[in-house]
Design a protein around this ligand. Structure first.
Ligand code: ATP
Ligand code: MG
Length: 559
């Protein structure tokens, strides 16, 4: 064994250490599991993955990578009632997109049903499991409370032979749903309620999305999960804190069977402000039409963030920034926004787009020219492009004010402003419609002030973006705000009433520079001064460009 146990050695990328790395370092030192590390991400395919799952994926995959171990994608598909192939497909796509490499190991808990069944028989034979005829209400009410012990089931002392016979007949489908269960025989007086003869199998006559009608008894999470981990040779079974009280049961099952016994380690789940994270609630938002599908860019799902323009790198960095703790907390969504801004700032080219156009006619300019624009000041290698300029332009409506407050440095009647990469213009005339709304500005330009090559020393305070009216491309732009009006909507019974009704604003007459004409779905840009945007993959067509705002700019180049 090489000395991988020394702290820091497993952090080639200087990643922050957390308590789980410390546990693994200690395991490595004593050569536990021959100093191998094998983790897994075990989603139940009953919904799309969200940013909380991303935290778990990054953690599990990151550990496998950092210790030269392995990482499995395993579907915990033990409940036929809520699971669907659509979810399986989306989960595979999302885990791949995040960059967590499971190689060829897409595994299914349901493929182990036969092994689990054999192990259940083993426990029956050892007198450690019994068939119980109580229904679910009766089981619940005989379980006791935190302060009172539970009551033994009247079926607890069935003979091994009777249990074997009944369990086989359960499997054969002789009994209707809910009439019998297989329960572990542990201790109805245990202070840990999870150990009070927990259910291992239920009768559910239902087609399974993968196993068809082969089974009508299905294992519970507690029975299945440790078995799945054990069968796959998982070393560190990392899960969220709500399973801490289930660990004694996880351990009990594997100890009774005497099989490979991974170590369960719990960490705090991610909760993000201004959103909900429960799959049940996300499903409700989708089913009841509050959002436009699981990949609505306001959803905290991985597919939603992807469509919105987030990158895998930004999500991985976010997971790194928030770290791993032992105590539940609410993470500020601003941290996620910081992570994506930080990534796009380095990689997204700058372009000019006018979201709410106001026409400007430059009365003393004739002809046309192309001006040089820098693609990304953060990355000189991104080069430059040429943007067309002529006597008719669009500027942003709110870059002009007739009666400006003090400190307004953009265009005002008689005032001057610099057009980015172009000239200084002066507002000579304001044209209004019958309603008194400003519909056009007549301006003059100063040819001596051309960006980069002008001879004038004239300076103005404001710099604004623009597009050539003649060359502009029409676009629809979708601006997203937080989906909820309160910080922790999940804590509220009435959480649906906390949906922010204006969380989506659609602008359908934006004007973007012509270089964007050839952009492809998911291409990412910074619209100068307006934020980061990406081409929408759902609604963009040959005829129509649709952009999603990924995130606003914290600061713009115009101070
Ligand atoms: P449910 O079990 O209610 O359907 P779930 O969100 O726990 O929902 P799973 O499919 O069981 O969904 O989750 C797969 C893995 O992701 C589990 O290991 C779970 O611990 C982890 N996980 C789920 N939600 C979060 C979260 N918010 N933060 C971190 N990890 C999470
Ligand atoms: Mg779960």
């Amino acid at each position: 064994m090489n000395d991988t146990g020394s702290k820091g050695m497993n952090n080639p990328e200087g990643r922050s250490k957390n308590f789980i790395y410390e546990i693994i370092d200690d395991d490595m030192k004593i050569n536990k599991w021959e100093a191998k590390v094998h983790t897994r991400f075990p989603p139940e395919p009953n919904g799309y993955l969200h940013i909380g799952h991303a935290k778990s994926i990054c953690l599990n995959y990151g550990i496998a990578r950092d210790y030269n171990g392995k990482f499995n994608l395993r579907f915990d598909d033990t409940n036929p009632e809520k699971e669907e192939q659509e979810y399986v497909d989306s989960i595979i796509e999302d885990v791949k997109w995040l960059g967590a490499d499971f190689e060829d190991r897409i595994l299914y808990g349901s493929d182990y049903f036969e092994q689990m069944y054999q192990w259940a028989i083993e426990l029956i034979k050892k007198g450690k499991a019994y068939v119980c005829d109580l229904n679910s209400d009766e089981i619940r009410s005989s379980r006791g409370t935190l302060t009172e012990p539970g009551k033994n089931s009247p079926f607890r002392n069935r003979s091994v032979e009777e249990n074997m016979d009944l369990f086989e007949r359960m499997r054969k489908g002789e009994f209707p749903n809910g009439t019998k269960t297989l329960r572990a025989k542990i201790d109805m007086a245990s202070p840990n309620i999870n150990l009070r003869d927990p259910i291992m199998y239920r009768i559910v006559h239902e087609e399974h999305h993968r196993q068809g009608s082969d089974w009508c008894i299905y294992p519970t999470y507690d029975w299945a999960h440790g078995n799945e981990d054990s069968i796959e040779g998982i070393t560190h079974s990392i899960c969220t804190l709500e399973f801490e009280n289930h660990r004694p049961l996880y351990d009990w099952f594997l100890d009774q069977l005497g099989v490979h016994h991974p170590q369960q380690i719990e960490f705090a789940r991610l909760n993000l402000s201004y959103t909900v994270m429960s799959k049940r609630r996300l499903l409700q938002l989708v089913k009841e039409g509050y959002v436009d599908g699981w990949d609505d860019p306001r959803m905290p799902t991985i597919s939603g963030y992807r469509r919105r323009g987030y990158t895998p790198e930004s999500i991985r960095n976010f997971a790194e920034i928030i770290g791993v703790a032992k105590r539940d907390a609410l993470t500020d969504i601003a941290l996620l926004e910081y992570a994506i801004r930080d990534d796009l700032n380095k990689h997204a080219n700058r372009v000019m787009a006018v979201l709410k156009p106001l026409k400007v006619v430059i009365t003393n300019y004739t002809g046309e020219e192309e001006l040089e624009a820098v693609n990304n000041p953060e990355n000189i290698e991104a080069g430059t492009r040429r943007v067309p300029f002529c006597n008719e332009l669009y500027i942003e409506q709110n870059d002009f004010m007739e009666n400006p407050p003090k400190g307004f440095h953009r265009l005002i009647p008689g005032g001057e402003v610099r057009l980015r990469y172009a000239y200084i213009i002066k507002c000579k005339e304001v044209i209004k419609n019958e309603k008194g709304e400003v519909i056009e500005l007549r301006c003059s330009y100063d040819p001596e002030t051309k960006s980069g090559s002008g001879t004038s020393t004239k300076k103005v305070k404001g710099v604004i973006h623009w597009v050539s009216a003649k060359h502009a491309v029409d676009a629809e732009v979708r601006l997203y705000d937080r989906l909820f009006t309160v910080e922790n909507p999940g804590a509220d019974e009435d959480w649906l009433s906390k949906i922010y009704p204006n969380s989506l604003e659609i602008i359908n007459n934006a004007k973007v520079e012509p270089s964007l004409k050839s952009s492809k779905p998911l291409d990412k840009f910074q619209f100068e001064r307006m934020g980061y945007f990406c081409v929408d993959q759902k609604y963009t067509t040959k005829e129509k460009l649709v952009f999603n705002r990924t995130v606003t700019l914290k600061d713009s180049w115009k101070k």
